[in-house]
Design a protein around this ligand. Structure first.
Ligand SMILES: O=C1O[C@H](COP(=O)(O)O)[C@@H](O)[C@H](O)[C@H]1O
Length: 336
């Protein structure tokens, strides 16, 4: 499997492009974005890397070459600082959550790959920290917005190119939890929410009728932990057997096992990683976990044990300042 890793470093304004080779990151390219580059998302057809930049709020859409290198980007305005972005399943719609501007916006990408200015903006979403696109069993599509200061995950139905409040209403977390990032299980219909402020991980289940119900809430930190809590990110292995979270006060990654029969989560182990692991990613083979250190200016690659999910440090790579976002592209099967 040939894979390329993109790392965004807002303080240096740089995107690093690496080849992932047996746990080592081999430098391929450094791209100066001209701004504080933050959220990265790869389009579903794997032809574009969309990067949110500030303080001139824009999305830069970089064409991805056959070897993973980035070409000259097209640029489109955004309405505020993007904290997190995603696309719909076709890649034609681009969503951005803005924590500071309390909104989520929707933009269209045209046939030529040019992103348009946002055509819809949902205001009053307090500390909107992430956007997650979800396809239902019945062809229904929705967008989930994790609103940290509302202790709510707001649900919106996507019809054509526009969002409206979901008829089944929003999801509410524990008071003071601070919902931040969401992840979906690849097969069992479970949805997970990392809560930044209380350091917990919540599991929900989406039923075929669209109802989403809470199932479990677990601590991300080790028993007896009494320090600060500052949860950051979560990801699953592609086979859906393991889930990992990152926490920035303890600099720990936490491993959770996922029961194959009923989806039950169990906290299994904790592993030290880079200082302030604000973002991480898991490669497409489920063999490597790549964590950024916002305060170490390094990226760590951890080997994932296939049987147990346990992590061991494989390598560390210096990167630019404020390393924050990391994305992995599988080059196989890309359109020519
Ligand atoms: O993780 C955090 O996120 C919020 C929003 O992030 P931003 O990069 O979009 O400004 C930030 O305000 C907070 O300090 C940080 O802990």
């Amino acid at each position: 499997m040939q894979q390329v890793v993109y790392v965004a470093n807002p303080v240096s304004g740089l995107i690093h492009v690496f080849q992932l080779a047996e746990g080592e990151l081999l430098p391929l390219q450094e791209v100066q974005t001209g701004g504080e580059v933050q959220p990265l998302v790869i389009s579903p057809d794997r032809r574009w890397l969309h990067a949110g930049v500030r303080p001139d709020f824009r999305v830069l859409s970089y064409p991805i070459a056959a070897d993973g290198r980035l070409g000259t980007p097209a640029s489109a305005p955004l309405l505020g600082s993007a904290s997190h972005t995603c696309t719909d399943g076709s890649g034609r719609l681009f969503f951005a959550a803005s924590y500071a501007f309390n909104h989520a916006s929707v933009s269209r990408m045209d046939e030529q790959g040019q992103m348009q200015p946002p055509h819809q903006c949902l205001d009053g979403l307090m500390a909107a920290h992430s956007v997650t696109w979800l396809a239902g069993h019945d062809g229904e599509q929705e967008l989930l917005v994790a609103c940290l200061k509302e202790d709510a995950i707001r649900r919106f139905t996507l019809t054509e190119d526009r969002l409206t409040p979901h008829p089944l209403g929003d999801l509410h977390t524990a008071q003071g939890a601070g919902p931040r990032h969401l992840a979906l299980h690849p097969t069992n219909g479970d949805l997970y929410c990392l809560n930044e402020l209380d350091g917990t991980l919540s599991r929900y289940h989406r039923k075929a009728d669209g109802h989403i119900n809470g199932r479990q809430s677990l601590d991300m930190l080790p028993p007896g932990y009494e320090g600060e809590r500052w949860g950051a990110d979560l990801h699953l292995t592609p086979d859906g057997r393991f889930l990992y979270t990152s926490e920035r006060a303890s600099n720990l990654l936490t491993l959770f096992g996922i029961d194959a029969r009923d989806g039950a989560l169990t906290s299994l182990a904790h592993f030290p990683t880079e200082a302030c692991p604000r973002g991480f990613a898991i490669d497409h083979g489920g063999r490597w976990l790549i964590a950024t250190g916002q305060q170490s200016d390094q990226v760590a690659v951890h080997r994932i044990d296939h049987e147990s999910g346990q992590l061991t440090l494989a390598s560390r790579q210096p990167v630019g300042k404020g390393a924050m976002w990391v994305r992995v592209l599988d080059l196989a099967g890309r359109p020519a």
